[in-house]
Write a protein that binds this ligand. Structure first.
Ligand code: I24
Ligand code: DGL
Length: 265
């Protein structure tokens, strides 16, 4: 047993979709979350900046005595997961390899689609990981720069949102893709519209949810689970922007009351 919390980092609030999966799949575990909303979004930034900023978040989490780190951001995982993983002596889980592996397991027709921010798609990391595990599988990548701003302006079910999602996904339709990876933390919020655009024949893969399955396997294998005797988990959330706004968004999404503090990194 290891009763220390699991550290989560993200460019902002999107990583809360991954935390929601942790609370659903592993309700006994305790979360320390840091979101860098003051410097978000990371998607359009340079790889060098993303590397520096993500390391700031890692150093912060290490001061909180975490037993494991989840990089709950596709963009940060694409750029620095391997570097962080190599340098720390606690497990570091990213969202990309679990998503790539789940997509291969689901895929039937040999062609997988991936959507994400410009940096995630430009890095071509999903293709690299998918083809590492399954060299014959074809990968079709598409950057959807309008999706995250849509969610952040609270447009997740409006007609405008439906139209933007449909228009953006046109290159993906009728290409023979039967599995589509949601390669950005914000996209699970657009899931109904994305499903409607690509049709029921396409299975959607939520990378965040898949990464929590890997967290579960690691906790079991290394016997790092938190004990129920510790009582209810006391999750702690930190943001580099407004604690008040973060708290509103997070409580609305997670449906629980939480503590939020502002930090300057
Ligand atoms: N959703 C997200 N980001 C926002 C937002 C949102 N505002 C409304 N909703 N703002 O991401 C980002 C910029 N802020 C962040 C905080 O600091 C200041 C700058 C998606 C959230 C994923 C959990 C809409 C909204 C909401 C609650 C839940 C879901 C949702 F308010 F889409
Ligand atoms: N969290 C980011 C991701 O999953 C999306 C938001 C951003 O660009 O910072 O790629």
């Amino acid at each position: 047993m290891d009763n220390r919390p699991i550290g989560f980092l993200d460019s902002g609030v999107g990583g809360l979709t991954v935390v929601k999966e942790l609370i659903r799949q592993l309700p006994q575990e305790e979360v320390v979350y840091i979101g860098d909303s003051a410097r978000a979004p990371y998607g359009p930034r340079s790889a060098e900046q993303i590397r520096d900023f993500t390391w700031d978040l890692v150093r912060f989490l290490l001061t909180k005595d975490v037993k494991m780190i989840v990089i709950a951001c596709n963009t940060a995982t694409a750029v620095v997961w391997e570097d962080i993983k190599a340098k720390l002596d606690i497990p570091v889980i990213g969202v990309i390899l679990p998503g790539a592996s789940a997509a291969i397991q689901t895929n039937q027709g040999g062609k997988i689609g991936v959507i994400g921010t410009p940096m995630t798609i430009q890095s071509d990391i999903y293709r690299e990981k998918i083809q590492l595990l399954s060299p014959q599988t074809e990968v079709m990548s598409l950057s959807c720069p309008r999706f995250a701003p849509l969610v952040e302006s609270n447009e997740i079910s409006s007609n405008l949102a439906r139209q933007v999602v449909y228009e953006s996904l046109i290159p993906m339709i009728d290409q023979g893709v039967d599995t589509l990876v949601l390669g950005c933390t914000h996209y699970p919020l657009l899931r109904p519209l994305i499903q409607e655009a690509v049709g029921d024949g396409v299975s959607l893969i939520d990378s965040g949810a898949e990464c929590i399955r890997d967290v579960s396997v690691l906790l079991n294998y290394f016997q790092l689970n938190r004990s129920w005797q510790e009582g209810e988990p006391n999750h702690r959330f930190y943001t580099t922007a407004s604690a008040k706004i973060f708290k509103e968004i997070a409580e609305n999404w997670l449906k629980i009351e939480i503590n939020v503090e502002h930090v300057d990194l």
